[in-house]
Design a protein around this ligand. Sequence first.
Ligand code: A2P
Length: 329
Amino acid sequence: MACTKFLTLNNGEKMPVIGIGTWQASDEEIETAIDVALSAGYRHIDTAPVYGNEKAIGRVLKRWLDAGKVKREDLYIVTKLPPIANRPHEVEPTIKQSLADLQLDYVDMYLVHTPFTLFINPDGSFQFDDEGRIKVDKSTDHAAVWAEMEKLVESGLAKSIGVSNFSKEQVARLLKNCKIRPANNQIEHHVYLQQRDLVDFCKAENIAITAYSPLGSKGIAKFNAAAGVERDLPDLMDIPEVKQIAEAHKKTPAQVLLRWIIDTGVVAIPKSTNEARLKQNLDVFDFQLSAEEVAKLCALDKNIRICDFSFFRGVEQHPEFTFKNQFTN
Ligand code: A2P
């Protein structure tokens, strides 16, 4: 049941349309999950230094590669330039650290993780002001960072480069100043936050969209609570229309949510550390949504952003922050 469907990027590279998301998984959980995922046929793995699990993922990849169970060229590994290193001089050393941790010579896709930049202390902890707000580095220069990202393609450290969490305006600005066009914009995208304008713009510019939190990222609740953010989150798998379409196809609500993303030409990276759910999330190619069902799901958009970065209290002070809602200040 391997993922044999790909999206061809603007540079000719092929990205598997389903990948495994790895945010909020402990080392132990992720080692098992990646092992299960590779056995189940996943080849696209999405990670980032801020998830804190690149070393654990690297250990599993090395075992699979050394044993000859998978070829490097069949893997699709995505990682990201973190917000604490979103500065031109930090691009190359940061990808090199990720490559060392992942035990790889190159990544398939390297993304600028966020349009904003944060300050850290020498010990790696975030800097806070007197009111407990995270300190933002307002000197962020996307064009200058991008010029360094382009060098990674030239030096072979990344096959493709892209952005994440960039707005339409931020992508448009980057397009005016680039030699290599971004191949990908990874954004929150699901039935309740479709960001149609941004998705359509990127598609028209031949920039592939990857949907993070495709299932509604229930796990973010724990993360929010730890940061003192109180909010109820919607359960996408409990939406009546989603459940009804799932029943009609004898599939689960999660499978319907994922199939809708793929059918609208977007890549999805559902996160799971559970064997049955990992397999389920890849088992989405044996049914087809009707045009009517796709339209029904498109009509569910409510502009509910789940990952609003409110867990970084104060981040909204950054000039490139575009996620303001009732939960941010
Ligand atoms: P778990 O890791 O225990 O499976 P997202 O990808 O939108 O961030 O969502 C991930 C969340 O959804 C995790 O809490 C994950 O929990 C859960 N999840 C992943 N796949 C499924 C599925 N097929 N059915 C129900 N819940 C799922």
